[in-house]
Each structure stands twice: as structure tokens, then as C-alpha cells.
Design a protein around this ligand. Structure first.
Ligand SMILES: [Zn+2]
Ligand SMILES: [Zn+2]
Length: 355
């Protein structure tokens, strides 16, 4: 850790960087915050202008003819949103919001630029290889192609075979997104509980191995962690979520993923107790000391309340991580492979995986 960190191992607690004013490097706190907010507003204005340009100046349907081959590109706007939203919109916004909330000195952005730990380098590598579709390909290999199965394909098959078809498209788009967010979070809750079961834990452990929160920690997932493909995407498609609704729900969940792995010290009040998980509650989910059990699985905490995994108050200074040692760093291959082997060993040797 490059940040000042005090550890009280007896109580399993840590304090990061103290509570002092966090804008010392760029002047008085008020001025620093104003600069960060002005930067965010400027960036939002540039993005809005780009978005206007894309939707108004670029056609949504393009026919390309190259060397005698003609190719039809449909849904161009939607493709652009899904491909650039994460890096240009969601991630920078999450970093900015966190920076406004906790100050530059404690922000993930500052640590990503000036104080990367080995654990944060792993998060960055996962983000990079994820964006470059390397993890996708590795996932296909590790899941023997199962990760390529498409929920939409299953939905179409069910419609053909059994005449089963649900079509919520008459509802307003915003309502569909809200409904499917809760549907998504329900399946995500149960997938997440499965991920913490003895068999699937070695793959999910990779995410929990981060030794501190950083916004990009949410992108650290093992490429072979395939439960979500079957238990989230397929039911969502079968229940009639259109590709556009899926894109918006994904944008919401990815943004929330960044937010709950941020260093914002908040439990979000009643919103964090019922509607969306707060960073402090997610820290409690990542806690190193699991002697009291694992809690707070739900992106929407209502599921934790309903299914008995809500523990209550969250402490922002809890130590997070796992007992299993990790190499961390940019070269993620050895850790990924070890966890993949541990996953198979759990089935073959029937030895419980280590926490
Ligand atoms: Zn977990
Ligand atoms: Zn997490």
C-alpha cells in the first residue's frame, strides 16, 4: 500500500489515510472541489456534444461496400453506446463522482495514476484485457464455448418449440429498465450466492482477492466465472428483455459496480438499505474476516432482506481481501490459472476451497 494505512489486527480494522482535508495539493478544499466539479461539467458537455453528433450526424443503418463485398450494419448507435460507454462515459464519471466525494488525495483516480499497488495493477490488467476481448476469448476456452450461448437464441428456440414468448415492449422504456434492473439483481443475487459456494468460490475468489477498493476493482472477474451467463443473461432474455433494455440495464449495473467498489464512505441511508447497495455495505461483503459469515450479496439490498443475508450496519474501515495468497500485478496469468485449477480440483478431489 502506498497510502498511509493504520492497521489494528486485533479488531480486524484499518484506517486509510486519516480523515484530514483531501484537497491539500490543489489548494483550499472548496477551490479543489469546484475545480473537480467544473472538470466534470466540462467533460459531460463534451460527451453530450459527441453524443448529439453521433445520433444526429451518423446514420443508424449503414451499408458498406469494400472490394466488391457489401455489408449491412444495423443499430449503429446502439453498437457505439455498448462499445464506448464503459471507457468514455461510465468509468470516467464514476472516477469523477468518487473524486468529488472523497477528494483527490484519497481518490481511485489519483492512485491509478500515481500510486498503483500490485492489486490495483491486476484490476487495471483485467479492465484492459476485458476491453481488448482477451478475457472473452479465454472465457470461451475455459468454459468450452458455453459462454458463447446466447440468451436471445434460447428465447427464440423456446418461442419456436413451446410458443413461449413474453413481450413487455408495450411498457415505457424507463419502466422496462427499472423492472429488468430488479429482475437482473434477483438473478445476480442467487448467482452471487452460488459463486460463494464451495464449488464456485475459487473463480469468484479472484474478484475478492483485491486488497483494497478502487473503482476499477469491479472489472476484476475471472473469465471462467460462467454462472452469470446462464443464471442472468438467459433468464433476462427469456423474460423478454430486448437487446436495448439489456444494454441500459448493463450500463446501470456496470456504473453501480464501479460505485460500490469506490472509496466513497457512505451507506446511502435508506436507499442503501433497500434499493441499491452502498460502497460501505459492499466493503462488508468483501470483508477478510468471514467468521460471522458472508453477507450483502445483492446489488439491490431488498433481496438480502428477503433471503436473510442482510447484516446491517457497515463499517467503512473494515479490512478486505482473502486468506489465499495472490501474486497480483499486471501479469494476471498465473493467478487466473491457479484459480481455474482450484475450481476443477474442487470437483475432482472434493476438497473444500480455501477462503
Ligand atoms: Zn462476492
Ligand atoms: Zn465486489
Amino acid at each position: 500500500m502506498q497510502q498511509a494505512m493504520t492497521l489494528d489486527l486485533d479488531n480486524g480494522r484499518a484506517t486509510l489515510g486519516g480523515q484530514a482535508s483531501t484537497f491539500g495539493r490543489i489548494g483550499r478544499p472548496g477551490v479543489g472541489r469546484a475545480i473537480v466539479i467544473a472538470g466534470l461539467a466540462g467533460y459531460a458537455a463534451v460527451l453530450a456534444a459527441v453524443w448529439w453528433g453521433v445520433t444526429h450526424l451518423l446514420p443508424d443503418h449503414v451499408t458498406l461496400t469494400l472490394f466488391g463485398h457489401t455489408r449491412d450494419l444495423k443499430d449503429v448507435h446502439q453498437r457505439i453506446i455498448s462499445n464506448v460507454a464503459l471507457m468514455l462515459l461510465i468509468l470516467p464519471s464514476a472516477l469523477w463522482i468518487e473524486c468529488v466525494a472523497v477528494g483527490w488525495d484519497r481518490s481511485s483516480a489519483r492512485q491509478l495514476i500515481f500510486g498503483r499497488t500490485r492489486s490495483i495493477n491486476t484490476d487495471l490488467a483485467c479492465l484492459f484485457f476485458g476491453q481488448a476481448h482477451v478475457l472473452d476469448m479465454l472465457g470461451r476456452l475455459m468454459t468450452l464455448g458455453a459462454s458463447m450461448l446466447s440468451g436471445l437464441w434460447i428465447r427464440d428456440r423456446l418461442a419456436v418449440w413451446f410458443g413461449l414468448s413474453i413481450d413487455p415492449s408495450a411498457l415505457p422504456l424507463v419502466l422496462q429498465v427499472v423492472i429488468f434492473f430488479f429482475v437482473y439483481s434477483f438473478f445476480d443475487y442467487w448467482t452471487h450466492r452460488l459463486d460463494h459456494s464451495r464449488y464456485f468460490w475459487p473463480l469468484h475468489r479472484y474478484h475478492h482477492a483485491a486488497d483494497d477498493f478502487c473503482v476499477v476493482n469491479s472489472t476484476r472477474t475471472h473469465p471462467a466465472a460462467f454462472t452469470a451467463i446462464f443464471l442472468i443473461n438467459m433468464p433476462m432474455a427469456v423474460l423478454g428483455a430486448s437487446p436495448l433494455v439489456m444494454v441500459y440495464v448493463n450500463v446501470v449495473t456496470i456504473a453501480l459496480g464501479f460505485l460500490i467498489h469506490s472509496r466513497i464512505d457512505s451507506d446511502f441511508g435508506w436507499v442503501g438499505r433497500w434499493i441499491i447497495q452502498s460502497p460501505n455495505h459492499h466493503r462488508l461483503h468483501h470483508v477478510l474476516d468471514v467468521s460471522e459469515g458472508v453477507s450483502h450479496f445483492g446489488m439491490a439490498p431488498v433481496w438480502d432482506h428477503l433471503f436473510g443475508t442482510w447484516r446491517g450496519d457497515a463499517d467503512p474501515s473494515l479490512v478486505i481481501g482473502v486468506e489465499t495468497p495472490y501474486r497480483h500485478g499486471f501479469w494476471i496469468g498465473p493467478d487466473l490459472l491457479r484459480d481455474y485449477c482450484d475450481f476443477w480440483k474442487g470437483f475432482v478431489a472434493r476438497t473444500p476451497a480455501q477462503a
